[in-house]
Design a protein around this ligand. Structure first.
Ligand code: KIV
Ligand code: ZN
Length: 520
Protein backbone atom coordinates (compact mmCIF):
# COMPACT_ATOMS: atom_id res chain seq x y z
CA UNK A 1 0.00 0.00 0.00
CA UNK A 2 1.32 3.44 -0.89
CA UNK A 3 0.68 6.07 1.76
CA UNK A 4 -0.96 9.15 0.20
CA UNK A 5 -0.64 12.49 1.98
CA UNK A 6 -3.81 14.51 2.24
CA UNK A 7 -3.14 18.25 1.82
CA UNK A 8 -6.28 20.12 2.82
CA UNK A 9 -6.83 23.54 1.28
CA UNK A 10 -10.33 24.25 2.65
CA UNK A 11 -8.98 27.27 4.54
CA UNK A 12 -7.12 28.72 1.55
CA UNK A 13 -8.52 27.69 -1.85
CA UNK A 14 -11.85 26.72 -0.22
CA UNK A 15 -12.10 30.10 1.43
CA UNK A 16 -11.76 31.65 -2.04
CA UNK A 17 -15.26 30.35 -2.85
CA UNK A 18 -17.56 33.23 -3.76
CA UNK A 19 -19.36 34.59 -0.69
CA UNK A 20 -17.21 32.74 1.87
CA UNK A 21 -15.57 34.85 4.57
CA UNK A 22 -14.44 32.84 7.56
CA UNK A 23 -13.68 34.64 10.81
CA UNK A 24 -10.38 33.89 12.60
CA UNK A 25 -11.96 31.76 15.32
CA UNK A 26 -13.92 29.80 12.73
CA UNK A 27 -10.72 29.01 10.85
CA UNK A 28 -9.16 27.70 14.05
CA UNK A 29 -12.20 25.46 14.70
CA UNK A 30 -11.99 24.06 11.18
CA UNK A 31 -8.24 23.48 11.53
CA UNK A 32 -8.79 21.62 14.82
CA UNK A 33 -11.40 19.43 13.16
CA UNK A 34 -9.08 18.77 10.19
CA UNK A 35 -6.48 17.61 12.69
CA UNK A 36 -9.05 15.22 14.21
CA UNK A 37 -9.90 14.03 10.72
CA UNK A 38 -6.25 13.11 10.22
CA UNK A 39 -5.16 15.29 7.30
CA UNK A 40 -1.39 15.46 6.81
CA UNK A 41 -1.07 19.08 5.74
CA UNK A 42 -3.36 22.06 6.37
CA UNK A 43 -2.96 25.00 4.02
CA UNK A 44 -4.05 27.61 6.53
CA UNK A 45 -4.05 30.73 4.36
CA UNK A 46 -2.25 33.26 2.20
CA UNK A 47 -0.71 35.61 4.81
CA UNK A 48 0.31 38.49 2.53
CA UNK A 49 -3.31 39.07 1.47
CA UNK A 50 -4.48 40.58 4.78
CA UNK A 51 -3.63 41.13 8.40
CA UNK A 52 -6.57 38.83 9.27
CA UNK A 53 -5.22 36.00 7.15
CA UNK A 54 -1.78 36.36 8.65
CA UNK A 55 -3.07 36.24 12.21
CA UNK A 56 -5.34 33.26 11.45
CA UNK A 57 -2.39 31.29 10.01
CA UNK A 58 -0.33 32.29 13.01
CA UNK A 59 -3.03 31.15 15.48
CA UNK A 60 -3.49 27.83 13.67
CA UNK A 61 0.29 27.30 13.60
CA UNK A 62 0.35 27.84 17.37
CA UNK A 63 -2.60 25.62 18.23
CA UNK A 64 -2.66 22.79 15.71
CA UNK A 65 0.46 20.73 16.19
CA UNK A 66 0.08 17.35 14.47
CA UNK A 67 -0.30 18.21 10.76
CA UNK A 68 2.12 20.28 8.73
CA UNK A 69 0.85 23.86 8.49
CA UNK A 70 1.36 25.46 5.09
CA UNK A 71 1.16 29.13 4.10
CA UNK A 72 0.89 30.29 0.50
CA UNK A 73 3.24 32.83 -1.10
CA UNK A 74 3.82 34.24 -4.59
CA UNK A 75 7.39 34.53 -5.87
CA UNK A 76 7.75 37.86 -4.07
CA UNK A 77 10.02 38.58 -1.11
CA UNK A 78 7.22 40.22 0.88
CA UNK A 79 4.98 37.16 0.44
CA UNK A 80 7.69 34.80 1.64
CA UNK A 81 8.46 36.99 4.63
CA UNK A 82 4.75 37.16 5.56
CA UNK A 83 4.40 33.37 5.24
CA UNK A 84 7.52 32.79 7.35
CA UNK A 85 6.29 35.24 9.99
CA UNK A 86 2.88 33.56 10.17
CA UNK A 87 4.51 30.14 10.56
CA UNK A 88 7.06 31.12 13.22
CA UNK A 89 5.36 29.09 15.95
CA UNK A 90 4.46 26.06 13.80
CA UNK A 91 5.68 22.64 14.85
CA UNK A 92 5.92 21.61 11.18
CA UNK A 93 5.93 24.67 8.90
CA UNK A 94 5.75 24.63 5.10
CA UNK A 95 5.96 27.55 2.70
CA UNK A 96 4.04 26.96 -0.53
CA UNK A 97 5.50 29.11 -3.30
CA UNK A 98 3.55 29.45 -6.52
CA UNK A 99 3.93 30.98 -9.93
CA UNK A 100 2.28 30.32 -13.31
CA UNK A 101 3.31 28.07 -16.17
CA UNK A 102 0.90 28.68 -19.05
CA UNK A 103 1.63 31.08 -21.91
CA UNK A 104 -1.62 32.96 -21.30
CA UNK A 105 -0.72 33.54 -17.63
CA UNK A 106 2.84 34.57 -18.48
CA UNK A 107 1.69 37.01 -21.15
CA UNK A 108 -1.28 38.65 -19.42
CA UNK A 109 -0.81 38.18 -15.68
CA UNK A 110 2.89 37.93 -14.95
CA UNK A 111 4.17 39.77 -18.05
CA UNK A 112 7.36 37.74 -17.79
CA UNK A 113 9.33 35.44 -20.06
CA UNK A 114 9.79 31.75 -19.26
CA UNK A 115 13.38 32.39 -18.14
CA UNK A 116 12.28 35.22 -15.86
CA UNK A 117 9.61 32.99 -14.28
CA UNK A 118 12.20 30.31 -13.60
CA UNK A 119 14.64 32.84 -12.13
CA UNK A 120 11.99 34.28 -9.81
CA UNK A 121 10.88 30.82 -8.74
CA UNK A 122 14.42 29.70 -7.94
CA UNK A 123 15.14 32.86 -5.94
CA UNK A 124 11.88 32.48 -3.99
CA UNK A 125 12.39 28.81 -3.21
CA UNK A 126 15.91 29.57 -1.98
CA UNK A 127 14.55 32.42 0.14
CA UNK A 128 11.82 30.18 1.60
CA UNK A 129 14.40 27.49 2.38
CA UNK A 130 16.23 30.00 4.56
CA UNK A 131 13.16 29.98 6.84
CA UNK A 132 11.90 26.37 6.60
CA UNK A 133 13.09 22.97 5.37
CA UNK A 134 9.76 22.09 3.81
CA UNK A 135 9.00 24.08 0.64
CA UNK A 136 6.31 23.28 -1.90
CA UNK A 137 6.35 24.71 -5.40
CA UNK A 138 3.41 25.07 -7.82
CA UNK A 139 3.02 26.43 -11.32
CA UNK A 140 -0.57 27.46 -11.97
CA UNK A 141 -2.34 26.23 -15.07
CA UNK A 142 0.21 23.46 -15.62
CA UNK A 143 -2.24 21.48 -17.73
CA UNK A 144 -2.56 24.20 -20.39
CA UNK A 145 1.19 24.74 -20.48
CA UNK A 146 4.03 23.58 -22.71
CA UNK A 147 5.28 20.35 -21.06
CA UNK A 148 8.87 21.15 -22.02
CA UNK A 149 8.67 24.41 -20.01
CA UNK A 150 6.86 22.67 -17.14
CA UNK A 151 9.67 20.07 -16.90
CA UNK A 152 12.42 22.71 -17.14
CA UNK A 153 10.84 24.89 -14.42
CA UNK A 154 10.25 21.91 -12.11
CA UNK A 155 13.85 20.72 -12.56
CA UNK A 156 15.08 24.19 -11.55
CA UNK A 157 12.71 24.25 -8.56
CA UNK A 158 13.96 20.88 -7.31
CA UNK A 159 17.57 21.99 -7.71
CA UNK A 160 16.73 25.14 -5.72
CA UNK A 161 15.45 23.07 -2.80
CA UNK A 162 11.71 22.48 -3.30
CA UNK A 163 10.72 19.33 -1.41
CA UNK A 164 7.20 18.94 -2.88
CA UNK A 165 6.26 19.70 -6.48
CA UNK A 166 2.60 20.41 -6.99
CA UNK A 167 0.94 20.08 -10.39
CA UNK A 168 -2.21 22.24 -10.50
CA UNK A 169 -4.96 21.91 -13.07
CA UNK A 170 -6.01 25.42 -12.09
CA UNK A 171 -8.90 25.76 -14.51
CA UNK A 172 -10.19 22.17 -14.40
CA UNK A 173 -9.28 21.53 -18.04
CA UNK A 174 -7.44 18.23 -18.04
CA UNK A 175 -8.56 14.60 -18.39
CA UNK A 176 -7.40 11.61 -16.33
CA UNK A 177 -5.17 10.20 -19.10
CA UNK A 178 -3.49 13.53 -19.85
CA UNK A 179 -2.96 14.28 -16.17
CA UNK A 180 -1.49 10.84 -15.47
CA UNK A 181 0.93 11.27 -18.40
CA UNK A 182 2.21 14.59 -17.04
CA UNK A 183 2.67 13.22 -13.53
CA UNK A 184 4.53 10.23 -14.96
CA UNK A 185 6.68 12.59 -17.03
CA UNK A 186 7.68 14.59 -13.93
CA UNK A 187 8.54 11.41 -12.02
CA UNK A 188 10.49 9.83 -14.85
CA UNK A 189 11.95 12.60 -17.00
CA UNK A 190 12.69 15.52 -14.66
CA UNK A 191 16.06 15.36 -12.87
CA UNK A 192 15.28 14.78 -9.19
CA UNK A 193 11.61 14.06 -9.98
CA UNK A 194 11.91 10.64 -8.34
CA UNK A 195 13.24 12.13 -5.09
CA UNK A 196 10.59 14.72 -4.23
CA UNK A 197 6.96 14.45 -3.20
CA UNK A 198 4.63 15.02 -6.11
CA UNK A 199 1.30 16.60 -5.42
CA UNK A 200 -1.83 16.99 -7.56
CA UNK A 201 -4.25 19.91 -7.29
CA UNK A 202 -7.38 19.77 -9.43
CA UNK A 203 -10.37 22.02 -9.97
CA UNK A 204 -13.80 20.75 -10.90
CA UNK A 205 -14.86 22.93 -13.84
CA UNK A 206 -15.71 19.86 -15.94
CA UNK A 207 -16.66 17.67 -12.99
CA UNK A 208 -13.41 15.71 -13.38
CA UNK A 209 -11.45 16.83 -10.31
CA UNK A 210 -11.77 13.58 -8.35
CA UNK A 211 -11.11 11.40 -11.41
CA UNK A 212 -8.07 13.49 -12.38
CA UNK A 213 -6.74 13.43 -8.81
CA UNK A 214 -7.04 9.65 -8.58
CA UNK A 215 -5.38 9.26 -11.99
CA UNK A 216 -2.51 11.51 -10.86
CA UNK A 217 -2.05 9.49 -7.69
CA UNK A 218 -2.14 6.20 -9.60
CA UNK A 219 0.54 7.61 -11.94
CA UNK A 220 2.96 8.24 -9.08
CA UNK A 221 1.90 11.37 -7.16
CA UNK A 222 1.93 10.85 -3.39
CA UNK A 223 0.05 13.95 -2.23
CA UNK A 224 -3.32 15.32 -3.24
CA UNK A 225 -4.75 18.76 -2.54
CA UNK A 226 -8.39 18.67 -1.60
CA UNK A 227 -11.11 20.64 0.18
CA UNK A 228 -13.94 19.52 2.43
CA UNK A 229 -17.24 19.31 0.50
CA UNK A 230 -15.19 20.17 -2.63
CA UNK A 231 -15.47 23.90 -2.01
CA UNK A 232 -13.11 26.31 -3.77
CA UNK A 233 -12.69 28.75 -6.65
CA UNK A 234 -15.54 28.56 -9.23
CA UNK A 235 -16.73 24.92 -9.42
CA UNK A 236 -14.49 24.05 -6.50
CA UNK A 237 -11.55 21.83 -5.64
CA UNK A 238 -11.29 18.07 -5.45
CA UNK A 239 -13.54 16.86 -2.67
CA UNK A 240 -11.58 15.48 0.28
CA UNK A 241 -14.24 13.00 1.33
CA UNK A 242 -14.71 11.59 -2.18
CA UNK A 243 -11.01 10.94 -2.72
CA UNK A 244 -10.52 9.53 0.79
CA UNK A 245 -13.49 7.18 0.47
CA UNK A 246 -12.58 6.11 -3.08
CA UNK A 247 -9.13 5.14 -1.83
CA UNK A 248 -10.55 3.39 1.25
CA UNK A 249 -13.42 1.63 -0.52
CA UNK A 250 -11.35 0.54 -3.56
CA UNK A 251 -8.15 -0.33 -1.70
CA UNK A 252 -8.06 -3.50 -3.79
CA UNK A 253 -7.80 -1.42 -6.96
CA UNK A 254 -5.76 1.61 -5.93
CA UNK A 255 -3.40 -0.13 -3.48
CA UNK A 256 -3.15 3.13 -1.51
CA UNK A 257 -4.06 4.34 1.95
CA UNK A 258 -4.44 7.68 3.72
CA UNK A 259 -4.36 8.81 7.35
CA UNK A 260 -8.00 9.94 7.26
CA UNK A 261 -10.20 8.81 10.15
CA UNK A 262 -13.37 8.25 8.11
CA UNK A 263 -15.59 8.46 11.20
CA UNK A 264 -14.84 12.21 11.38
CA UNK A 265 -15.97 12.88 7.79
CA UNK A 266 -19.63 13.61 8.57
CA UNK A 267 -18.82 16.04 11.34
CA UNK A 268 -16.15 17.81 9.29
CA UNK A 269 -18.50 18.22 6.37
CA UNK A 270 -21.26 19.67 8.58
CA UNK A 271 -18.85 22.05 10.30
CA UNK A 272 -17.46 23.41 7.03
CA UNK A 273 -20.93 23.76 5.56
CA UNK A 274 -22.20 25.59 8.64
CA UNK A 275 -19.28 28.00 8.99
CA UNK A 276 -18.91 28.79 5.29
CA UNK A 277 -22.67 28.98 4.76
CA UNK A 278 -22.29 26.70 1.72
CA UNK A 279 -24.95 23.98 1.77
CA UNK A 280 -24.08 20.46 0.67
CA UNK A 281 -26.20 19.36 -2.29
CA UNK A 282 -28.49 16.46 -1.29
CA UNK A 283 -27.10 14.05 -3.90
CA UNK A 284 -23.45 14.88 -3.14
CA UNK A 285 -21.34 11.71 -2.99
CA UNK A 286 -20.43 10.52 0.52
CA UNK A 287 -21.80 13.46 2.54
CA UNK A 288 -25.06 14.47 0.81
CA UNK A 289 -28.33 13.96 2.70
CA UNK A 290 -29.40 11.40 0.08
CA UNK A 291 -26.07 9.60 -0.21
CA UNK A 292 -27.50 6.66 1.77
CA UNK A 293 -31.21 7.12 1.13
CA UNK A 294 -32.97 4.39 -0.82
CA UNK A 295 -36.15 5.33 -2.59
CA UNK A 296 -36.99 2.58 -5.09
CA UNK A 297 -38.92 -0.35 -3.61
CA UNK A 298 -36.48 -2.95 -4.93
CA UNK A 299 -33.56 -1.06 -3.37
CA UNK A 300 -35.31 -0.67 -0.02
CA UNK A 301 -36.19 -4.32 0.02
CA UNK A 302 -32.59 -5.27 -0.78
CA UNK A 303 -31.07 -3.01 1.89
CA UNK A 304 -33.48 -4.27 4.56
CA UNK A 305 -32.45 -7.85 3.77
CA UNK A 306 -28.75 -7.11 3.46
CA UNK A 307 -27.27 -3.61 3.59
CA UNK A 308 -24.48 -4.36 1.10
CA UNK A 309 -26.93 -5.13 -1.70
CA UNK A 310 -27.04 -1.42 -2.51
CA UNK A 311 -24.48 0.20 -0.19
CA UNK A 312 -20.76 0.14 -0.97
CA UNK A 313 -19.91 2.13 2.17
CA UNK A 314 -21.38 1.87 5.63
CA UNK A 315 -22.79 5.31 6.54
CA UNK A 316 -21.83 4.72 10.16
CA UNK A 317 -18.18 4.28 9.17
CA UNK A 318 -18.11 7.86 7.88
CA UNK A 319 -19.96 9.45 10.76
CA UNK A 320 -23.19 9.62 8.76
CA UNK A 321 -24.85 7.00 10.95
CA UNK A 322 -28.54 6.43 10.78
CA UNK A 323 -30.56 8.77 12.90
CA UNK A 324 -31.19 7.07 16.16
CA UNK A 325 -34.01 8.02 18.47
CA UNK A 326 -32.18 9.47 21.36
CA UNK A 327 -34.20 10.73 24.19
CA UNK A 328 -37.25 12.58 25.14
CA UNK A 329 -38.80 14.46 28.01
CA UNK A 330 -37.67 12.01 30.65
CA UNK A 331 -34.02 11.79 29.71
CA UNK A 332 -31.71 13.08 32.39
CA UNK A 333 -28.46 15.01 32.45
CA UNK A 334 -26.36 11.86 32.65
CA UNK A 335 -27.94 10.29 29.56
CA UNK A 336 -27.50 13.56 27.69
CA UNK A 337 -23.81 13.76 28.63
CA UNK A 338 -23.32 10.19 27.42
CA UNK A 339 -24.96 11.06 24.13
CA UNK A 340 -22.63 14.05 23.69
CA UNK A 341 -19.66 11.76 24.27
CA UNK A 342 -20.99 9.16 21.85
CA UNK A 343 -21.32 11.87 19.19
CA UNK A 344 -17.69 12.83 19.75
CA UNK A 345 -18.11 16.14 21.60
CA UNK A 346 -15.83 16.94 24.52
CA UNK A 347 -17.23 20.10 25.99
CA UNK A 348 -16.53 22.13 29.12
CA UNK A 349 -18.98 21.84 32.00
CA UNK A 350 -20.54 25.27 31.41
CA UNK A 351 -21.33 24.49 27.76
CA UNK A 352 -22.79 21.08 28.66
CA UNK A 353 -24.98 22.79 31.21
CA UNK A 354 -26.32 25.30 28.68
CA UNK A 355 -26.85 22.58 26.09
CA UNK A 356 -28.78 20.45 28.56
CA UNK A 357 -31.04 23.44 29.21
CA UNK A 358 -31.64 23.84 25.47
CA UNK A 359 -32.16 20.10 25.07
CA UNK A 360 -34.81 20.13 27.80
CA UNK A 361 -36.55 23.09 26.17
CA UNK A 362 -36.53 21.16 22.90
CA UNK A 363 -38.12 18.09 24.44
CA UNK A 364 -41.07 20.27 25.45
CA UNK A 365 -41.69 20.99 21.77
CA UNK A 366 -40.50 17.80 20.12
CA UNK A 367 -41.39 14.30 21.27
CA UNK A 368 -38.45 12.44 19.82
CA UNK A 369 -35.06 14.10 19.84
CA UNK A 370 -32.71 12.50 17.33
CA UNK A 371 -28.93 12.46 16.98
CA UNK A 372 -29.27 15.07 14.24
CA UNK A 373 -31.19 17.34 16.60
CA UNK A 374 -28.49 17.03 19.24
CA UNK A 375 -25.73 17.68 16.69
CA UNK A 376 -27.55 20.73 15.44
CA UNK A 377 -27.99 22.07 18.97
CA UNK A 378 -24.33 21.50 19.83
CA UNK A 379 -23.03 23.04 16.63
CA UNK A 380 -25.37 25.98 17.00
CA UNK A 381 -24.06 26.55 20.51
CA UNK A 382 -20.32 25.94 20.20
CA UNK A 383 -19.56 27.64 16.92
CA UNK A 384 -20.66 31.10 18.04
CA UNK A 385 -17.85 33.48 18.82
CA UNK A 386 -17.72 37.08 19.98
CA UNK A 387 -21.48 37.47 20.17
CA UNK A 388 -22.19 41.13 20.95
CA UNK A 389 -25.98 40.82 20.71
CA UNK A 390 -28.41 38.23 21.96
CA UNK A 391 -32.06 37.81 21.05
CA UNK A 392 -34.20 38.35 24.13
CA UNK A 393 -37.66 38.26 22.57
CA UNK A 394 -39.43 38.68 19.26
CA UNK A 395 -42.99 38.98 18.07
CA UNK A 396 -44.11 38.81 14.47
CA UNK A 397 -47.53 39.50 13.07
CA UNK A 398 -48.32 38.45 9.54
CA UNK A 399 -51.51 38.08 7.53
CA UNK A 400 -52.37 37.73 3.85
CA UNK A 401 -52.78 41.01 1.94
CA UNK A 402 -51.16 43.26 4.55
CA UNK A 403 -47.57 44.11 5.46
CA UNK A 404 -46.00 42.14 8.32
CA UNK A 405 -44.80 43.76 11.52
CA UNK A 406 -42.14 42.64 13.96
CA UNK A 407 -40.89 43.74 17.35
CA UNK A 408 -37.62 42.50 18.82
CA UNK A 409 -35.63 42.87 22.02
CA UNK A 410 -31.87 42.49 21.71
CA UNK A 411 -29.46 42.57 24.64
CA UNK A 412 -25.91 43.86 24.38
CA UNK A 413 -23.36 41.36 25.69
CA UNK A 414 -20.21 43.42 25.97
CA UNK A 415 -18.78 46.91 26.40
CA UNK A 416 -20.17 49.84 28.35
CA UNK A 417 -23.76 49.01 27.35
CA UNK A 418 -23.49 45.40 28.53
CA UNK A 419 -26.84 44.07 29.74
CA UNK A 420 -28.87 46.80 28.05
CA UNK A 421 -31.91 45.58 26.13
CA UNK A 422 -32.82 47.52 22.97
CA UNK A 423 -36.36 47.15 21.66
CA UNK A 424 -37.30 48.01 18.09
CA UNK A 425 -40.16 47.45 15.67
CA UNK A 426 -40.36 47.40 11.88
CA UNK A 427 -42.65 46.65 8.98
CA UNK A 428 -41.82 44.44 5.98
CA UNK A 429 -43.40 42.79 2.95
CA UNK A 430 -43.21 39.47 4.77
CA UNK A 431 -42.47 38.27 8.33
CA UNK A 432 -38.76 37.62 7.73
CA UNK A 433 -38.19 41.03 6.20
CA UNK A 434 -40.01 42.73 9.09
CA UNK A 435 -37.95 40.73 11.60
CA UNK A 436 -34.67 41.52 9.87
CA UNK A 437 -35.42 45.22 9.65
CA UNK A 438 -36.22 45.32 13.37
CA UNK A 439 -32.95 43.52 14.13
CA UNK A 440 -31.02 46.00 11.98
CA UNK A 441 -32.50 48.86 13.97
CA UNK A 442 -31.80 47.21 17.31
CA UNK A 443 -28.14 46.57 16.45
CA UNK A 444 -27.51 49.69 14.37
CA UNK A 445 -26.05 47.52 11.63
CA UNK A 446 -27.47 48.10 8.18
CA UNK A 447 -26.79 44.91 6.31
CA UNK A 448 -28.24 43.64 3.04
CA UNK A 449 -29.61 40.12 3.07
CA UNK A 450 -27.91 38.27 0.19
CA UNK A 451 -29.07 34.74 0.69
CA UNK A 452 -31.53 32.86 2.88
CA UNK A 453 -32.23 29.11 3.03
CA UNK A 454 -34.21 26.93 5.38
CA UNK A 455 -33.99 23.20 5.81
CA UNK A 456 -35.51 20.78 8.28
CA UNK A 457 -33.33 18.85 10.70
CA UNK A 458 -34.57 15.31 10.07
CA UNK A 459 -38.20 14.64 9.27
CA UNK A 460 -41.60 14.95 10.90
CA UNK A 461 -43.97 17.85 11.36
CA UNK A 462 -42.30 18.77 14.67
CA UNK A 463 -38.80 18.86 13.09
CA UNK A 464 -36.52 21.77 13.88
CA UNK A 465 -35.84 24.28 11.12
CA UNK A 466 -32.28 25.29 10.38
CA UNK A 467 -31.86 28.66 8.69
CA UNK A 468 -28.68 29.83 7.00
CA UNK A 469 -28.34 33.31 5.65
CA UNK A 470 -25.63 35.56 4.34
CA UNK A 471 -25.48 39.32 4.59
CA UNK A 472 -23.36 42.02 2.99
CA UNK A 473 -22.06 44.66 5.36
CA UNK A 474 -19.68 47.37 4.14
CA UNK A 475 -18.43 45.24 1.26
CA UNK A 476 -17.91 42.06 3.27
CA UNK A 477 -20.02 38.92 3.41
CA UNK A 478 -20.98 37.29 6.70
CA UNK A 479 -22.91 34.07 7.11
CA UNK A 480 -25.10 33.05 10.01
CA UNK A 481 -27.12 30.04 11.07
CA UNK A 482 -29.85 29.39 13.59
CA UNK A 483 -31.94 26.42 14.62
CA UNK A 484 -35.29 26.20 16.34
CA UNK A 485 -38.65 24.43 16.14
CA UNK A 486 -40.02 27.90 15.33
CA UNK A 487 -38.73 28.91 11.90
CA UNK A 488 -39.10 32.63 12.63
CA UNK A 489 -36.94 32.24 15.72
CA UNK A 490 -34.41 30.25 13.63
CA UNK A 491 -34.51 33.07 11.05
CA UNK A 492 -33.89 35.73 13.70
CA UNK A 493 -31.04 33.73 15.27
CA UNK A 494 -29.36 33.18 11.89
CA UNK A 495 -29.53 36.86 10.98
CA UNK A 496 -28.29 37.94 14.41
CA UNK A 497 -25.44 35.42 14.14
CA UNK A 498 -24.34 37.08 10.87
CA UNK A 499 -24.83 40.58 12.37
CA UNK A 500 -22.65 39.57 15.33
CA UNK A 501 -19.81 38.75 12.95
CA UNK A 502 -20.23 42.10 11.23
CA UNK A 503 -20.26 43.77 14.67
CA UNK A 504 -16.98 42.04 15.58
CA UNK A 505 -15.35 43.39 12.40
CA UNK A 506 -16.83 46.84 13.07
CA UNK A 507 -15.44 46.79 16.62
CA UNK A 508 -12.03 45.71 15.40
CA UNK A 509 -11.99 48.51 12.81
CA UNK A 510 -12.97 51.00 15.52
CA UNK A 511 -10.08 49.78 17.71
CA UNK A 512 -7.64 50.20 14.83
CA UNK A 513 -9.01 53.60 13.76
CA UNK A 514 -10.44 55.17 16.93
CA UNK A 515 -11.24 58.45 15.16
CA UNK A 516 -13.78 56.58 13.07
CA UNK A 517 -12.60 58.27 9.90
CA UNK A 518 -11.27 55.08 8.37
CA UNK A 519 -13.55 52.61 10.11
CA UNK A 520 -15.28 50.15 7.79
O1 KIV B 1 -5.41 26.25 -8.56
C1 KIV B 1 -4.24 26.61 -8.37
O2 KIV B 1 -3.41 26.65 -9.29
C2 KIV B 1 -3.85 27.02 -7.04
C3 KIV B 1 -2.38 27.23 -6.80
C4 KIV B 1 -2.14 28.39 -5.90
C5 KIV B 1 -1.77 25.97 -6.28
O3 KIV B 1 -4.68 27.08 -6.16
ZN1 ZN C 1 -6.52 25.96 -6.75
Amino acid sequence: MRRIRIFDTTLRDGEQSPGVNLMGQEKIEIARQLERLGVDIIEAGFPITSEGDLSAVRAIAREVRTPVIAALARTHTADIEAAAKALEAAAKPRIHVFTSFSAVHLQYMLRKSEDEVIAMSVASIEAARRYVDDVEFSGQDAMRSDPAFVFRAIAAAIAAGATTINIPDTVGYTTPEEFAALVRGVREKVPGGDKVHISVHCHDDLGLAVANTLAGLAAGADQCEVAVNGIGERAGNTSLEEVAMAIATRKDFFQMETGIDAKEIGRTSRLVSRLTGMPVQPNKAVVGANAFAHEAGIHQDGVIKERTTYEIMNPQDIGQGETQLVMGKHSGRHAFQKKLQALGYELPEAEQHELFRRFKALTDKKKQVTDQDVQSLVEDEIYRFDDSYELVHYHVSSAGGAPSTATVGVSTQSGAASGKVTREAAVGQGPVEALYRALQRATGLEADLKDYAIQSVGGGSDAQGEVRCSIAYVGQTFVGSGVSTDILEASALAYLHALNKAAAVRAQAARQHPTGREAI
